[in-house]
Structure formats: structure tokens, C-alpha cells
Write a protein that binds this ligand. Structure first.
Ligand code: AMP
Ligand code: MG
Length: 333
């Protein structure tokens, strides 16, 4: 990875990062219309392409190394562009190594379990990128804004009454720390939409026949709780942006910008993990050389012993280096 590209990405995403320990007021601290000085949509789209190319390359290495997993947590208000962001980020990824998990209203069975259980069950494995479309953070957002959700969760009365939100923040931080310690990098993205842009997007959904299926009157009801959500988001950022799993607040009033920024934050996490293709040890390389000699010996008359080996450079050896002759010591055994 060219150093200047990784530095450029790190600089680009810095304004979105919620400093651990800071006291956030969402409306005061983050502007949904921020463009980071990118004036033209085209420049943003070019940047998005670069970001997605990077993701492609790093995902392949993540899968090959099979040591780390990445969990992308995506939170947003309705119409902020979660689905489009997922589509764009996914466009560069190998479907074998990525999984999107969407969380809806909990089932009766899930309500009968501790609150983190359903999220725990759908985590990515090593080598994989998992995207949570909504996440365990709903447990301190919708559940907090509409307290009847908490009643349905059937907590013991003492737990429900005793600093339940502070305890949930702590539980979430501890759980995320545990996951980080075990090799799972958590990338938390919040798509920050302004109230006016949400209104416009809802109207667009209603007016366009191909989009109105996406609209639900429940969305307008939720909009009435705008201030309560802003408060819940602010507190959530203040308590759960940690050194091991910081939040990124992505300006979302322009879709192209939100997608570019989201891809950049995910790319940055992968750059920091810096997964590497496994390098074969001497013994494995020796086995490959032996297999190669055997296959070359089986070449029918007139066929190249190894069609991938160019006689001059002798490249494409099993170890990726120019041809290294097998030493007599290796030939013996
Ligand atoms: P959508 O993502 O628009 O299809 O809607 C999913 C719905 O599930 C949203 O209204 C969320 O608020 C709701 N939801 C997600 N997680 C929870 C949760 N833990 N408790 C209650 N409601 C939830
Ligand atoms: Mg919805």
C-alpha cells in the first residue's frame, strides 16, 4: 500500500471520528452537509471507486490470512442511505467473504434472551467482513426512545431501574473490547442525516412509484421523536466511542459523500489491520518444488514442461521469486 494513499485516507476520515471520552452533542458537533472540501460529485465518485478497489484488495488478504475478522456496524435514521451504502461497499467485495445481517424488531425467542445474544450469534468469523444493518446499538436507541421495548425485554425489575442505559453502554464497550482482543475489528458508522433532508427523501419515496414501497407511515411517526433520537445518539457517542472501537459520524445529506466516506472508513480499518497473504515456509516451498518437478516430468511430447514459466525470466515459481534452483540437499529427500 502506497504510504501517501493510506495517509490521505486517514486524513479524510479524521473529522468524522468521535474522540473517545468526548462529550458529544450531535447537532452542534457534526454537520450532515459537510463535504470535506470536495466540491464536485464526480471527484467524490472517483474517490469512492479508489476506496472500493482498496477494499477488494484488502478483503482478499483478510480472507487469505484468516486471522482477523471485521464487523461493520451501520446505524442511521430512516432514509439516511444505509441500503445504498451497503450496496456500494459490497460492490467491490467477494460475496464468499462478506455477510450482511439485518436486525429488525426482536422475536419472542430473542426477547427471552439477554440483549446481546442475537448480535453475538451473527458475528463474522475470521477472514470475513460482516455488516450489521442496524445492530446492538438499537438497544440504546429505539429501546431507549420507546421504553415499552424495554418492558418487552423482560428484564428483572432491579436491572431495569438501576442505571440501565449506563450499564448497557458498559456491557457493549466490554463486549466490543473482548471481540477486539480476539481479533475482530469493529468499525462503527452512523449516517448523519438532517431533519430537512429526511423530509425531502420521504416525499421523494412517496412520489416515485418505484420507491413508495420503501415508505411506511411508521417512518413519519418515528420522525416525531427526532429530538429524543438526537439526544439518544449524542449520549451513545459520548459513552461508546472507545479507543478500540471508535464511532464515525458520516455526513449523509449527500448520498455520494456518505458512500465515499463510509468506504474510506472501512478501507482505513483494513489498512490498519494490514492483513498479509500467508508466506509459505521452507518445508511447504520444498513440497511445491517437488510437485512441480513431477508435473513437469509428466508433460506429453511437444508440450511445454511448464507453460507458465518463461524460459528467460524463469518467473512464476511457487514462492513468487525468480527461479531459485532446488539445492542438492533438498533434492536428496
Ligand atoms: P427497517 O430496518 O427499516 O426494516 O426496520 C426495522 C425496525 O426494527 C426498525 O423500526 C427498528 O427500530 C426496529 N428494531 C431493530 N432492532 C430493534 C430492537 N432491538 N428493539 C426494538 N426494535 C428494533
Ligand atoms: Mg424503516
Amino acid at each position: 500500500m502506497a504510504d501517501d494513499t493510506s495517509k490521505r485516507i486517514a486524513r479524510f476520515i479524521e473529522p468524522f471520528r468521535v474522540s473517545p471520552g468526548s462529550n458529544v452533542t450531535l447537532a452542534r458537533d457534526f454537520d450532515p452537509g459537510f463535504k470535506a472540501g470536495i466540491e464536485k460529485k464526480k471527484d467524490g465518485v472517483d474517490l469512492l471507486k479508489d476506496g472500493i478497489e482498496l477494499l477488494t484488495e484488502y478483503q482478499a488478504r483478510l480472507a487469505a490470512q484468516d486471522t482477523y475478522g471485521v464487523l461493520v456496524v451501520l446505524q442511521a435514521l430512516d432514509a439516511a442511505g444505509k441500503d445504498g451504502t451497503i450496496r456500494h461497499v459490497m460492490s467491490g467485495l467477494n460475496p464468499q467473504g462478506v455477510r450482511v445481517e439485518s436486525f429488525k424488531v426482536p422475536s419472542a425467542r430473542e426477547l427471552n434472551q439477554d440483549f446481546l445474544r442475537r448480535y453475538q450469534k451473527r458475528l463474522p468469523s475470521r477472514g470475513e467482513i460482516g455488516i450489521f444493518n442496524r445492530s446492538h446499538y438499537e438497544e440504546v436507541l429505539v429501546v431507549r426512545v420507546h421504553p415499552e421495548n424495554l418492558l418487552r425485554e423482560k428484564l428483572p425489575a432491579a436491572t431495569r431501574k438501576h442505571h440501565v442505559w449506563t450499564r448497557r453502554y458498559e456491557a457493549i464497550n466490554d463486549w466490543e473490547r473482548y471481540l477486539s482482543d480476539n481479533g475482530f475489528r469493529i468499525v462503527k458508522l452512523f449516517l448523519n442525516l438532517s431533519r430537512e433532508e429526511q423530509r425531502v427523501r420521504f416525499l421523494r419515496r412517496i412520489d416515485l412509484p418505484d420507491h413508495n414501497w420503501k415508505f411506511s407511515s411508521h417512518d413519519v411517526e418515528e420522525r416525531q421523536s427526532w429530538d429524543a433520537y438526537q439526544q439518544a445518539f449524542s449520549e451513545m457517542f459520548s459513552h461508546t466511542s472507545t479507543a478500540w472501537a471508535p464511532w464515525y459520524v458520516i455526513p449523509a445529506d449527500r448520498k455520494w459523500f456518505a458512500r465515499t466516506a463510509a468506504a474510506a472508513v472501512i478501507a482505513n480499518a483494513l489498512i490498519e489491520l494490514d492483513p498479509q497473504y500467508p508466506r509459505l515456509g521452507d518445508e511447504a516451498l520444498h513440497d511445491l518444488e517437488k510437485a512441480k518437478l513431477q508435473l513437469e516430468a509428466e508433460a506429453p511430447r511437444g508440450a511445454a514442461a511448464d507453460p507458465f514459466e518463461d524460459g528467460e525470466s524463469g518467473g512464476n515459481r511457487a514462492n513468487g521469486d525468480p527461479a531459485v534452483p532446488v539445492t542438492p540437499a533438498q533434492q536428496e529427500d
